[in-house]
Write a protein that binds this ligand. Structure first.
Ligand SMILES: [Zn+2]
Length: 315
């Protein structure tokens, strides 16, 4: 008992606050305290925001490792959301991507004001993402294939499709048609952008029309759906691919499950609107993990290219 009390005192505040103790006691204090202090300072050395908890398996993931793994959980394979530029960098050959219409910016045609004005929201998202709108488009090289690539960014106003997203994608599709290039669009979206009213809805028809000309020229279009792809985007270009691929676990659909349940008054089956459910029911062609996406795109393009127009490829 006596020993226990002594040790506790030595480890506690009394010993640390009494410099006039005998040498032996000071040595002991120093020896016992050091590891404890070391642990504390190491914790202090770790700044916040370096670790992310996986929402599926609850593992704490070191952010750098997570980034190196293309934001896929190293333990359970959960796919975190990833920015459009990160995705493009992971897919295209180094320095091969030439961005198109990077400066195209939305106009607040309806003078829309809710909690905040549309103009102020645009500015805020432009500052936080470094992009002018919710899609990045351009021509790049993936393996041996030069192609037109459009990648949506959910971080910009929920990946919503307004006039700029529709126009940039339409120009991308038309460029692919003119140059005889295959097309890949990687979608993620909450749907049409309500701040632009009917102007955003018209983008569904415009992009679909451009895709029809692309298809008429026997050029392949691969649509990649990522979490989440819904509403007006899913009801237009995202579901018009010659092949439709999806990342594992993605939520894909038109209206949300609660709206469907309230409207139909029917119980929805388990896993409804997940990529896995839609694969089982024939709406999509394959589920491709993010880390395999590049190789699989190359494989599919190798396969589809034989039926496409040859020649006239840009240098
Ligand atoms: Zn996990």
């Amino acid at each position: 008992m006596a020993t226990t009390t002594f040790t506790k005192k030595t480890l506690g505040i009394t010993a640390a606050e009494s410099p006039a103790k005998p040498t032996a006691s000071n040595n002991e204090t120093a020896f016992l305290k050091k590891p404890k202090l070391g642990t504390r300072s190491r914790k202090k050395d770790i700044p916040e925001g370096l670790w992310t908890k996986c929402p599926k398996c609850a593992t704490m993931l070191y952010d750098k490792e997570l980034d190196d793994n293309l934001k896929v959980c190293l333990h359970c394979g959960f796919h975190f959301s990833i920015g459009a530029r990160e995705r493009i960098n992971a897919l295209v050959e180094t320095c091969s991507f030439e961005e198109m219409d990077a400066e195209m910016t939305s106009v607040d045609i309806l003078k829309f004001t809710g909690v905040a004005s549309y103009t102020s929201k645009l500015e805020a998202y432009q500052n936080s993402t470094g992009s002018k709108d919710a899609v990045i488009s351009g021509i790049g090289q993936i393996g041996p294939h030069r192609l037109a690539l459009g990648v949506m960014d959910f971080n910009f106003l929920g990946g919503s499709m307004g006039s700029v997203v529709g126009e940039k994608l339409t120009r991308l599709i038309e460029t692919a048609t003119d140059r005889g290039l295959p097309l890949v669009i990687i979608s993620t979206s909450g749907g049409a952008r309500m701040y632009e009213g009917m102007f955003s809805l018209m983008q569904m028809a415009k992009t679909s029309g451009a895709l029809a000309y692309h298809a008429k020229n026997k050029l392949p279009y691969l649509s990649v759906l990522t979490h989440p792809t819904t509403a007006g985007v899913m009801a237009s270009y995202a579901s018009l691919g010659d092949l439709i691929l999806a990342e594992p676990g993605s939520m894909i659909g038109f209206a949300g499950p609660r709206v469907i349940k309230d409207t139909t008054q029917a119980e929805l089956p388990p896993g409804f609107q997940t990529a896995e459910f839609l694969l089982d029911h024939g709406l999509i062609d394959a589920i491709v993990p993010r880390k395999e996406m590049k190789d699989r795109l190359i494989f599919y393009l190798d396969f589809l290219k034989d039926g496409t127009r040859q020649g006239d490829m840009p240098a």
